[in-house]
Design a protein around this ligand. Structure first.
Ligand SMILES: Nc1ncnc2c1ncn2[C@@H]1O[C@H](COP(=O)(O)OP(=O)(O)OP(=O)(O)O)[C@@H](O)[C@H]1O
Ligand SMILES: [Mg+2]
Length: 256
């Protein structure tokens, strides 16, 4: 084999929550550098899959490799540094009373917490320079001084992306990055994600219910339903499949 290892390889992953089978023998491979969308109806297992890749959930069975390394037993906070995984959540996880800039600076400090030599230099100054770059890139400078709780839904999602980017990830997981956004905010976020990705060196996985966003952005899609991977492929191929259409029309749910 030549070239880079896959960005993500998931083999035979099973994840139960109190008897509820969220992932039922899930396998998939995502090549390095790809912009890949995971789609599927509510409860399909998309967020759980991200949790397993990021290390938030340990699978009951199966193996997860990131950048060629078996990370199945590596804890989430160590996975960031070990293989460069960063995740933005479906519901933004931020410190509501802190300003937008402080939130991003806190993420920078958390990301570098154990790199002692680095931080012996001027920790706070370095954190604020890195934070300001991220604020600039995510167009958050105008709201940088506001408490995070006062942000619009769109700004809040962008803040989460900024907090993920300061981890300098190789693999960025975005869980419904445009949820709750206006059409204008959605279009801006699509451009933003494309812009970040096109700088190179980054694999992006995203989940999304807005099919326009999916077809605008993704090079490849994986469709999930009730804990299974139904199919993977290029957007045009997936769009034409009857079984995918059926899932989205809800017909598949009544079936045994
Ligand atoms: N922490 C948890 N505890 C118990 N059950 C959970 C937990 N997280 C997910 N589940 C269950 O696992 C299944 C998959 O959920 P998941 O959130 O991964 O779906 P999803 O595809 O992300 O859905 P959505 O599109 O609504 O975000 C669902 O049945 C859900 O209720
Ligand atoms: Mg979800």
């Amino acid at each position: 084999m030549s070239g880079d290892p896959s960005a993500v390889e998931v083999r035979g992953v099973v994840k139960r929550f109190a008897g509820n089978l969220a992932l039922d023998d899930v396998s998939l491979v995502i090549p390095a550098g790809q912009l890949h969308a995971i789609i599927g109806p509510n409860g399909a297992g998309k967020s759980t899959l991200f949790g397993v890749i990021a290390g938030e959930h340990r699978p009951d069975r199966g193996t997860v490799w990131v950048a060629g390394r078996d990370v199945t037993r590596i804890a989430a906070h160590r996975r960031v540094r070990a293989v460069g995984v960063a995740r933005a959540f479906q519901v933004a996880r931020i410190f509501p009373e802190m300003s937008v800039r402080q939130n991003v600076a806190a993420a920078v400090i958390a990301a570098n917490g154990s790199a002692r030599q680095f931080w012996r230099v001027k920790p706070l100054r370095v954190a604020s320079v890195v934070a300001d770059e991220a604020l600039e890139r995510l167009s958050l400078v105008p709201v940088a001084g506001r408490p995070a709780r006062a942000l619009s839904q769109g700004d809040r999602k962008r803040l989460e992306i900024a907090m993920a980017l300061v981890l300098r990830p190789r693999l960025l997981l975005l869980d419904e990055p445009t949820a709750g956004m206006s059409p204008e905010e959605t279009a801006a976020t699509v451009e933003l994600i494309r812009g970040i990705w096109s700088l190179g060196g980054l694999t992006v996985m995203l989940t999304e219910h807005d099919m326009q966003v999916v077809f605008d952005l993704a090079q490849q899609l994986t469709v999930m339903d009730r804990g299974h991977v139904l199919c993977s492929g290029e957007p045009e191929t997936i769009r034409g499949r009857d079984d995918v259409r059926e899932i989205y029309l809800g017909r598949a749910h009544g079936a045994a």
